[in-house]
Write a new protein. Sequence first.
Length: 269
Amino acid sequence: ELPPSEFMQVADSTWLVLSVMSNGRASSGCQATGVTKIAKSVIAPLAEHHVSVLMLSTYQTDFVLVREKDLPVVIYTLAGEFDIYKEENGESVPVSHDDVSNGFLKPKPAASPTVHPVQSPQNRFCIVTVAPDTLPAIATVLIDVLFYSHSPPKEAGPGSQDLDTITFFAFSLIEGYISIVMDVETQKRFPSDLLLTSSTEELWRMVRIGGQPLGFDECGIVAQIAEPLAAVDISAYYISTFNFDHALVPEEGITEVIELLQRRQESRS
C-alpha cells in the first residue's frame, strides 16, 4: 500500500501475472524468444477478445500481465490451448474451464486495433543478470543510475522514424532473479566481472511503440509488434511501461524489423 503522493500516479486496475510454461517449467536463458513463441497462442487471441495486456520480458523468462477483471475472458480464451493453473498457498491448482464458462457469454471480437507509430532510438542495449549475492557490490552504481543520472530524451524530428537516443534502464527483481536492460554506455559504469550475459553477448536495438503515452485500456499494442515478428521468427524482448511499450531485437536484425513494421503500418493506414 502506497501513501498518497502528488508525485506518483497509480493506474486504477489491479493486474495478475500469467507465466507461460512448457512441460511445467518456465523457459530460461537470455534467448528472449518468449514473445515470439507466445504471439500466436496467447497475445493475438487476447487482443482479438479485447483484453489489454502488459508484457514484461526478463533475463530468465517472460510474463504477461492482465487486468484482474479480465481474468474470466482470459481463461475462456486460452483454455482451449493451455492447461491453466492458479497459485494457492504456493501450490499450483488446476483452473476448470467450467468455472468461468457456465453462463458466460462469449466475448465479442474487438475492432481492428490502432496501429501506433514505431520509433527506433540509436542506442545499443545489453540484457544482463546479476547473482543476488553480488548485488551489494553494484548498489552504489545502481542507485546513481536509477535516481541521479537521468537526462531528458532527445525526440525525433517531424516525420522521422528514429529517436537520437533515449534514457532507458530497466531493473527487475522477480523471485530472487535479477534482470537488467541498459545501454552499452551505462554498462561501462558497472564492474564487468559481475554482469552475466548470454554466451553470444549479443547487443540489442529497440523499437518504441507509441508517439504519446498509450494508457491501459487499448488492446493489440503488444500484438502489433509480436505478430509480425513471430511470422518471420525474429526474437524479441518486450517491456511494457506506464507510458510506452518497448521491444528489443537483435542488433543485426533492426533494419529488417523497421521495414517489416513500416509495411504493416502502411497496410493498415
